[in-house]
Design a protein around this ligand. Structure first.
Ligand code: CTP
Ligand code: CA
Length: 231
């Protein structure tokens, strides 16, 4: 059992974990969203707490109970998630971006409910959301140039199809993170399920395969890899 067997190897470490999936408002009652349940992020939070970490959990639209001992910040949109994660990251040793962040949001949000008429609706125009993980990587690069520490370990999650490893490698480099946990997605894989399989790509090392198993087990291996990088 990952929780019972836990070592205190993250004692005193401050970790920020984003979980869930963002919702981008169209009008007061509608949004563009995704299927992320938040289960993996919450498993990461529980596991980190059990290993002694101070956990800030930035939760986007998750219907799960708060893990005991975590500071939970609830957000809805990608912009809110960005603000919450960046506010907490300055004090953090580790940031794990397990949330599914919407890549786009409607350019404008109708202030009143869009009504059905006899005509087809107006198109919904989209604009890019900020890339939070890439921003964290960039802030860290700048801080390090000035000799200032910032988020010693940055972890991303990615769901890929097609050439899973090549896509993951390119993404790891683009985001400037240390670890990228890559899931293969397809029918019945990953979303909303308690178990998960993944490959962890490591910026300066060989990939680590995580066999299919509970999300708690995957979380435990991620924290092992993180702990090994913390000085
Ligand atoms: N991410 C982020 N901000 C975004 C989009 C993604 O911080 N606007 C983070 C996710 O939380 C995840 C990682 O980046 O940890 C990879 O997300 P993914 O959607 O796979 O990457 P994208 O750069 O959006 O690329 P893609 O075109 O494959 O969606
Ligand atoms: Ca994306």
């Amino acid at each position: 059992d990952v929780l019972r067997g836990a070592k205190g190897d993250l004692a005193g470490r401050r970790v920020v974990i984003s979980a869930g999936g963002t919702r981008e408002a169209i009008d007061p009652v509608r949004f563009i969203g995704n299927r992320s349940s938040g289960l993996q992020g919450y498993a990461l939070a529980r596991t980190a707490l059990a290993r002694g970490a101070e956990v800030t959990l930035v939760a986007a639209n998750v219907g799960l109970p708060d893990p005991a001992g975590a500071r939970v910040v609830r957000v809805e949109s990608a912009v809110q998630l960005r603000d919450a994660v960046l506010a907490a990251a300055g004090e953090a040793d580790v940031v794990v971006m397990a949330a599914a962040v919407a890549d786009f949001r409607p350019v404008s949000r109708a202030t009143t409910k869009i009504k059905k008429t006899s005509d087809d609706p107006d198109p919904i125009y989209l604009t890019k959301n900020p890339d939070i993980l890439a921003e964290l990587g960039e802030v860290r690069r700048e801080r390090r140039q000035d000799g200032k520490p910032y988020a010693e370990v940055l972890v991303g999650f990615a769901a890929e199809t097609d050439d899973v490893l090549a896509n993951g490698r390119a993404k790891l480099a683009r985001k400037g993170c240390d670890l990228l946990v890559v899931n293969q997605v397809g029918e019945n894989l990953a979303f909303g399920r308690p178990d998960n399989a993944a490959t962890v790509l490591i910026a300066d090392g060989d990939p680590v395969e995580i066999p299919r198993g509970p999300k708690e087990d995957l979380a435990g291996i991620v924290w092992d890899l993180v702990a090994a990088r913390l000085v």
